[in-house]
Design a protein around this ligand. Structure first.
Ligand SMILES: N[C@@H](CCC(=O)N[C@@H](CS)C(=O)NCC(=O)O)C(=O)O
Length: 223
């Protein structure tokens, strides 16, 4: 019997990837939230990069083991738990891993968008996001990334779309405007139970509060 504990932060999009995967695979796990602004010593002792998510794996007869980096956690879960979220074919699997990395870059762009202090920084981040979604418009099969089957690429993009949903409640930026396939994908992901359950109900408020605390330029565009 293996016990899994996910060390988490409520609004972290990388944590959400792991939560979505665990829920899709119907695997039991515990969650421990930490305050990233005041990281506890026990966390710093087990987390080499000081970042969440961290997965603590406790197997009978073994010392607890730490797995860090969300993409690595997803791979570990794929190899050890039922329910396939990667394609069977090695080349397709490699492509999905490439798009997972692309998803991380989108999160980086969204981070830059959320901390932009002026219009020039905001424009640059916004253009980086829209250019990546424009590229995806030609790749997404629909309703999910690779068709009917939900995959890890979906688990990776769902938290990015959740951030955009929150952002667009106050400062419509049209980040997926004019992209029908990406927009439909965004809607399909928002409706998926594992995605809905992967973040707190007040996610949008928590996310926007962080933007307010950072005096984010994007909020100044709000009507
Ligand atoms: N590459 C990492 C990124 C994780 C990450 O950036 N987590 C953020 C929260 S969303 C974090 O823990 N930041 C704390 C810090 O950098 O001090 C992953 O995929 O797991």
């Amino acid at each position: 019997m293996t016990k899994l504990t996910l060390i988490s932060f409520p609004t972290c999009p990388y944590v959400q990837r792991a939560v979505i995967a665990l829920k899709e695979k119907k695997v039991d796990f515990d969650v421990v939230y930490i305050d990233l602004a005041n990281k506890p010593d026990w966390f710093l002792a087990i987390s080499p990069l000081g970042k969440v998510p961290v997965l603590k794996v406790e197997r009978e007869g073994h010392e607890p083991t730490i797995v860090f980096e969300s993409a690595v956690i997803l791979e570990y879960l794929e190899e050890t738990t039922p329910g396939r979220l990667h394609p069977e074919d090695a080349l397709e699997r490699a492509q999905h891993r490439s798009w997972i990395e692309f998803g991380s870059q989108v999160l980086g762009d969204l981070w830059r968008l959320s901390v932009a202090k002026d219009q020039a920084e905001l424009d640059a981040a916004q253009q980086a996001v829209t250019a990546k979604f424009a590229l995806l418009e030609n790749i997404v099969a629909g309703p999910f990334f690779a068709g009917e089957r939900f995959s890890y690429v979906d688990a990776v993009f769902a938290p990015a779309f959740r951030q955009i949903d929150a952002l667009e409640t106050v400062a419509p930026a049209g980040l997926t405007a004019g992209l029908p396939k990406v927009s439909a994908w965004r809607q399909a992901l928002a409706a998926r139970p594992s995605v809905r359950e992967a973040a707190p109900a007040d996610f949008a408020e928590l996310y926007l509060q962080r933007l307010r605390n950072n005096a984010a330029h994007v909020l100044k565009l709000a009507a």
